[in-house]
Design a protein around this ligand. Structure first.
Ligand SMILES: NC(=O)c1ccc[n+]([C@@H]2O[C@H](COP(=O)([O-])OP(=O)(O)OC[C@H]3O[C@@H](n4cnc5c(N)ncnc54)[C@H](OP(=O)(O)O)[C@@H]3O)[C@@H](O)[C@H]2O)c1
Length: 341
């Protein structure tokens, strides 16, 4: 096995690979995916030393957990033994696939966990978190219910997702929090002002998603790409009309930096997020949304890219803070983000 370095997730969390594999796109939100290639990608990630697999029970309404189950069952025992599952719950869905809210009541938490364990085929979940705060349930109650699952041995660590600094503090007062999962990239830097400092103060790690802004800053997204019906990006403000063109102009500027460095655009974007963590006590672990082996190989290549002060300055000049055109979610979904209030 080639070895991906490890990092501690916060002061109380597990040791995880410095890059995690986000499995969402293998089941939902980014158009069609290929099941055999998805399983092969998970196997290749485990083989390379990636230990953290991120999912949500609502990704394809159970599809993603069943996929991970299959991949783990068919992986070599050593790789399976090292794999850590990070699972989000709480989203309420309709038969048609709509999202209708979040349920963080303790009884619901226990219910979601019971189903997830069954679908994953494991006897515990390594990190368990509600995807969005339920506005009708104090975070203390939701986190308290996960803490009971930890005590019972069904869950190992508690995480949070897309919460702001106040909620981080309230949750951390109830039980140790391993990590906050939140969007962070060259074009989504909202966490830097308050949330990241709070996480560091509390010893909470960060698992960053959208590091490639859902493909937008991967270097592979084209101006004329047609998205399948239901693809999240078809509704995301950053992928619309003039916004898309302005954002891809930023990518062109980033490409010049990448070319000079002998790296790909995606590798520069991932290495930049990786670099934001390694200088501090509490580490940032990027979750990479690769769903094909070639994309995974490219993403892992970011671990070999070292950005010095001159590189960082060139990147900052190419993509200054706040340069993105458009919000990171449609308005209705922005309203669900505790991290944006
Ligand atoms: N907590 C939350 O609220 C939340 C929200 C969203 C996601 N997540 C988690 O975070 C994970 C990562 O998020 P994401 O999928 O949006 O992130 P991402 O890594 O920013 O985007 C993944 C997309 O980038 C494209 N891509 C191009 N080159 C790539 C490369 N070398 N490596 C990886 N992807 C490449 C892929 O497109 P093609 O496949 O078309 O090539 C894929 O659709 C998800 O899988 C999920 O587990 C959490």
């Amino acid at each position: 096995m080639t070895s991906v370095p490890t990092r501690s997730l916060g002061t109380t969390g597990p040791q995880v690979s410095a890059l995690g594999l986000g499995c969402m796109g293998m089941s939902a939100l980014y158009g069609e995916s290929d099941r055999a290639e998805s399983v092969a990608t998970i196997h290749a990630a485990l083989d390379a030393g990636v230990t953290l697999l991120d999912t949500g029970d609502f990704y394809g309404m159970g599809h993603n957990e069943l996929l991970i189950n299959e991949a783990l069952r068919t992986a070599p025992a050593a790789a399976r033994g090292q794999a850590l599952t990070s699972v989000k719950f709480g989203a309420l869905r309709t038969v048609e696939g709509g999202f209708t809210g979040y349920d963080g009541r303790p009884a619901a938490v226990r219910n979601f966990a019971a189903y997830s364990l069954q679908r994953l085929g494991t006897d515990h979940i390594d990190i368990y978190r509600i995807a969005r705060v339920d506005p009708d349930v104090p975070i203390e109650e939701t986190v308290g219910a996960i803490a009971e699952l930890v005590e019972a041995g069904h869950v190992r660590h508690i995480g949070l997702s897309e919460v702001g600094a106040d909620t981080l503090r309230r949750a951390a007062a109830v039980a140790p929090i391993a990590d906050l999962q939140i969007e962070y990239s060259l074009i989504s830097r909202g966490i830097e002002e308050k949330i990241l400092p709070a996480a560091r103060e509390l010893g909470i790690g960060v698992t960053a998603y959208g590091v490639l802004s859902r493909g937008l800053i991967s270097g592979h997204f084209t101006r004329d790409r047609e998205l399948a019906p239901g693809d999240f990006r078809g509704m995301s403000p950053r992928f619309q009309g003039d916004n898309l063109h302005r954002n891809l102009d930023l990518v062109d500027r980033l490409r010049a930096v990448a070319d000079a460095k002998g790296a790909s655009v995606a590798q520069i974007a991932i290495a930049w997020v990786l670099g934001q963590g390694s200088r501090h006590d509490v580490d940032i672990v990027p979750l990479i949304g690769a769903r094909r082996r070639d994309r995974l190989t490219e993403a892992l290549g970011a671990l070999d890219v070292t950005l010095d002060a001159a590189d960082l300055a060139a990147i900052e000049k190419a993509v200054p803070v706040g340069a993105a055109a458009g919000e990171r979610y449609p308005a209705a979904q922005m309203a669900h983000l505790d991290s944006e209030h």
